[in-house]
Design a protein around this ligand. Sequence first.
Ligand SMILES: [Zn+2]
Length: 418
Amino acid sequence: MSQTIADCKTRFEKYLNLNGALNDHVLFESNAFYILNDKKEKEFAVYANESKILADFFENSSVTEQLKLYKLKGLNKLSKKQLDSLVITMNDDSKLPKPNPSKPLYNIRIAIDPGHFSSNFEDSKVEGKYVKLVNEKARKKDTITLVEGQLTFLTAQVLKNMLEEQGAKVILSRNKENTTAFNQTYADWYKNRRNKVLDSLKQKKELDEDKYKILKQFPKEKLFWAFFRDYELMERVKKINGFYPHVSVIIHYNVDEKNSPWTTASNRNNSMCFISGAFGTKDLTRPSNKLHFLRLLLGKQVQQSETIGRLTMNSFEKNLKITRAKKTDTEYLAKNTLSTNYQGLFCRNLILTRCINSPLVYGESLYQDNAKECTMLSTCNYNDYGVKTSERVYLVAKSYYEAIMNYFKEPEVKISGR
Ligand SMILES: [Zn+2]
């Protein structure tokens, strides 16, 4: 199937260009589009006859290979021979395995990212991902403590088991509770690996001398915000992309933004999901981001993410019985997202939605600090698949599971693979 420059332009306007932020960075003409440099000069061109092969190339190659092509090609038109040789270099991992009637997800690769990493209150203080509140609205006014990294990990475990039962191959971006993607706690990483990592980044010139000196002296919490948070997310990306998933699910639990600092319960509750897109003005400055942008602009991943996102929102609504978020509900939705055709589903340019090379959904199923929700989430009344947790966590896992099952029944997914 071929695609036109107009198809790319439609995708650009609908999913990628946040309130016109990219108008000075991307130029569309009738038979080509261009990525512009800082001086607004044309730097990289995609001509109509190249767009389909380049789309496949960007979805089936590493960032290193992509950067090489970006620099070599520039504004040149690729010859027939060059286009043919690009096809040969691609690996074919995006194709779906042959269907198996008894196991609907047979050999399909699914990556799950359980958001954050702490599973207990003490460790979660560094990343600030907990709520500790007194529920004034409940009959029993006990203090409730919820740790997001624990909820996401339990959800991921239930979901993994459900998917494997249907024949899927599943990886988790972190394998043990209370550990980071580096298979250890942040405290251990800080104690044992921090110096080695910073030294090696300085040696590779990925950190300049000044920043290196500053980071070396940072205490645990400061280093988390200034360095580790994004560094660890990139490790998740590496693991997930190395697995060539047909679809990826990123699991988070939300809080009511207007209820900060979350010491009492809120009446509000919402579900929302994010997919890739919504690039802002500064989001194309780094070369690697231009490559992620090109992959999303050329290929079908954003539309396929919209499909898994739409199905996930439908499942959340059906199973959790919570309303869908509106763009006006929070400041980050109003400022940083583009609406899709489906309420509660937004394009947002987060590290994971940008860098993961597969269709994906980033789910924020509910508000942990909601009055009813916090009580339900802290009630351990579910025990299956070797996981003891609350029924709410099970229902969230079930929602992702149903969305994935439905996703692979969609005609457009069956035809084009991931
Ligand atoms: Zn989160």
